[in-house]
Design a binder for this molecule. Structure first.
Ligand code: MRU
Length: 348
């Protein structure tokens, strides 16, 4: 599996996902600004991958601070953390990663050089942990996948969106590894085509049969009983289980409800934000309208036309059959199951 991002000595190497599936190019990042550029342009994307990239970026930021006084160093570092936190709004893993690093640094009595090394080590630990978590999530999720099964997914919640293995696609991988006969329908995922470009690519690499479908085909596919289960990722899950994910996920969930197709969200507990009470409070990123009016740099719409480009939507908790996490498949009422899981009261 091609890594999403990794340390090469003191350089963060980020796979440029904008170039996939055509080219495999890594962007060397030597400072935090470059990492933020990768996050904002979607060179790297997907909630868990953004979290790990943020931690690595903060290691670069810490290294660039030349101050010798520890209090001043901490002050300057805290400012950089806030710059990183603002890179993208919806995926809570970004803020989660910033807080994890900030808390670690605050608790440490190491000197400045020690702290710099500590942040780098922690970012590597977060990458390794993420892969482990995804494997556990995959195993838990594979149990709810029928055999045989056609699984529909939206956007890319695969290896590319994480440290490795993936969340929703981790479930697909685990079911496949367990010997289940699974195939995937990848919603193409307008406007940036993460489904057509990235999910389809990952599945082809894995030898798992995949068909790309236009986003609006879920109604016809489900009414013809061509889909057995939906599994998607999430960027932020509110305390009550409402789940933000790539725009179009809500529409898919509504079709699933109409056609009695189970609808699962697969996400690590780091994506669960107990400080956000409901989906209404989740900030939804709005991106450049040109992403909608253009494809591959070519203008499709009349030049006078403006566009709406909400990057995410929120699926209300009552449309979600279960939330697949590293500690098990959580069920409604989510306000209880998510809080218990976050408090470490559910373990597997
Ligand atoms: O805008 P993107 O490509 O970062 O959006 C990504 C998604 O919506 C994913 O489904 C989500 O982050 C889960 S990734 C495991």
């Amino acid at each position: 599996m091609i890594p999403t991002l990794y340390w090469e000595d003191d350089v963060v190497m980020i796979l440029d996902q904008r170039k996939l599936p055509g080219k495999t190019v890594f962007m060397p990042c030597r400072d935090m600004r470059r990492v933020i550029y990768c996050i904002q342009t979607l060179a790297t994307r997907g909630a868990p991958a953004i979290g790990v990239a943020a931690a690595m970026g903060l290691a670069l930021a810490a290294r660039s601070i030349r101050i010798k006084n520890k209090d001043l160093f901490m002050e300057r570092f805290a400012e950089k953390v806030e710059v990183m936190r603002a890179a993208r709004p919806t995926a809570v893993n970004l803020s989660w990663a910033c807080d994890r690093i900030l808390n670690l640094v605050a608790k440490s009595d190491l000197d400045i050089e020690g702290i710099k090394a500590l942040i780098k080590d922690e970012s590597q630990r977060m990458l390794d942990e993420d892969i482990e978590i995804n494997r556990a999530m995959g195993k838990n999720g594979a149990a709810v996948v029928p055999d045989p099964a056609v699984i529909i997914t939206h956007c890319n919640a695969g290896s590319l969106a994480t440290g490795g293995y993936g969340t929703a696609l981790g479930v697909v991988r685990a079911a496949h590894e367990a010997g289940k006969k699974v195939s995937v329908i990848a919603d193409e995922t307008r406007p940036l085509l993460q489904g057509a470009r990235l999910t389809a690519w990952e599945m082809v690499q894995e030898g798992i049969p995949v068909k790309v479908a236009v986003d609006s085909s879920s109604g016809v596919l489900m009414s013809r009983e061509m889909v057995d289960i939906c599994v998607v990722g999430a960027d932020r899950i509110a305390k009550n289980g409402d789940a933000a994910n790539k725009i179009g996920t809500f529409n898919l969930a509504l079709q699933a409800q109409r056609h009695n197709v189970p609808f699962y969200v697969a996400a690590p507990l780091s994506t669960v934000d107990l400080d956000t009470p409901t989906g209404e409070a989740i900030p939804i990123e709005e991106r450049d309208p040109a992403e909608v009016t253009h494809i591959g740099g070519r203008l499709l719409a009349p030049p006078e036309a403006d566009a709406l480009n909400f990057a995410f939507d929120v699926t209300p908790n009552d449309l979600i059959t279960g939330i697949i996490t590293e500690v098990g498949v959580l069920k409604a009422p989510y306000i209880e199951s998510l809080s218990r899981a976050k408090a470490g009261l559910i373990s597997k």
